[in-house]
Design a protein around this ligand. Structure first.
Ligand SMILES: [Zn+2]
Length: 326
């Protein structure tokens, strides 16, 4: 895979510059400017649930745009902001809708954009469900990193966690706690019940573009064989084979192999990153999920978005400046 190159200009630098990977990111260089991609790129495939062929074309966008999703197959080409305020609950995936502009399974694309620090882009999508690819973010990361990065002329907003927030129950929760050294750390603790063939495991990462690419992006979606039988029995995902994701029974993945020993915990970390990306700012803190899923992630994202909006209001009112001066 070609490396990511930072183009340090106001946004008029040459489009594609391939070279060695430049480490950066929230922990290493926490205050950074917004980014977009240098050139458009695209990813195609079929949706897991619908089986529909879909093409995602990702375009550069100006400062302050955020991530916007467009239904290019509909006559009115409706737009939905990739924001937690547009999220609605669904089983085993994260969906967004704004009127006719509805999208399913956005989390793997969102994780790739967030981890690679692509803040502004327009994604034209010609179906409701995003492509499942191999069940991971790898296909998105590959195309986005080839497209290269442009540094834009304003700082990216950040939310620094100052107090512990926990959402959920003893049996499953997600929490945000202050970071020790300004890092942005994501962790998943997997511990399903005794009947599951998936062993307890955990994974955590100080998020940088480089570490995401190497340690998280290729971790795939998984289901147990019982879940797969249930989904296929209900007539959904009939085109999905055992090579398109991990279907796990007592002996491990069926007709497939793990890419990492703790691939399941890594994938859940990927989902956590993708779901919290909907806050729309850089998150400085330690984010951990214990047996959580998209629903709890969504609840935490909503809470964090409220906090970010409040901080933005306070800073605009000059409250922080007055306090510093006083
Ligand atoms: Zn996932």
């Amino acid at each position: 895979m070609n490396g990511f190159v930072r183009v340090t200009s106001g946004g008029l630098a040459p489009a594609r510059m391939l070279g060695s990977l430049v480490q950066g990111g929230r922990g290493v260089n926490p205050s950074r400017n917004e980014h977009t991609i240098a050139v458009s790129c695209e990813v195609s495939g079929r949706g897991y649930w619908s089986g529909r062929e879909v093409r995602v074309v990702i375009h550069p966008a100006s400062l302050g745009t955020g991530v916007r999703l467009i239904r290019s197959d509909l006559p009115s080409v409706p737009v939905c902001d990739a924001s937690v305020s547009q999220r609605y609950d669904a089983s085993l995936r994260t969906n967004l809708a704004d009127g006719e502009a509805s999208f399913q399974m956005v989390e793997h694309l969102m994780a790739a954009l967030y981890a690679l620090e692509i803040d502004n882009c327009i994604c034209e999508i010609n179906a409701e469900e995003l492509p499942s690819l191999d069940g991971s973010s790898f296909g998105f990361v590959e195309q986005l990193s080839n497209a290269g990065l442009i540094v834009q002329a304003a700082p990216r907003k950040r939310l620094v966690i100052r107090d512990r927030i926990r959402i959920g129950t003893m049996g499953g929760w997600v929490e945000a706690v202050p970071s020790r050294a300004g890092e942005s750390y994501f962790e998943y603790q997997l511990s399903f019940d005794d009947q599951t063939p998936i062993a307890p495991q955990a994974f955590g990462v100080d998020l940088t573009p480089d570490r995401f690419m190497r340690e998280v992006a290729s971790a795939r979606t998984f289901v147990t064989k019982d879940q797969a039988d249930q989904i296929r029995g209900s007539g959904l995902a009939s085109h999905v084979t055992n090579q398109d994701l991990l279907v796990i029974d007592q002996d491990g993945p069926i007709e497939n192999e793990y890419r990492f020993k703790n691939e399941c915990a890594r994938h859940k970390t990927l989902d956590l990153i993708g779901d919290l990306a909907l806050v729309g700012v850089d998150l400085i803190g330690r984010f951990t999920s214990f047996r959580g899923g998209h629903n709890l992630n969504g609840q935490l994202a909503l809470k964090l978005a409220e906090m970010a909006a409040l901080e933005s209001e306070i800073s605009q009112s000059g409250f922080f400046r007055q306090r510093k001066a006083g």
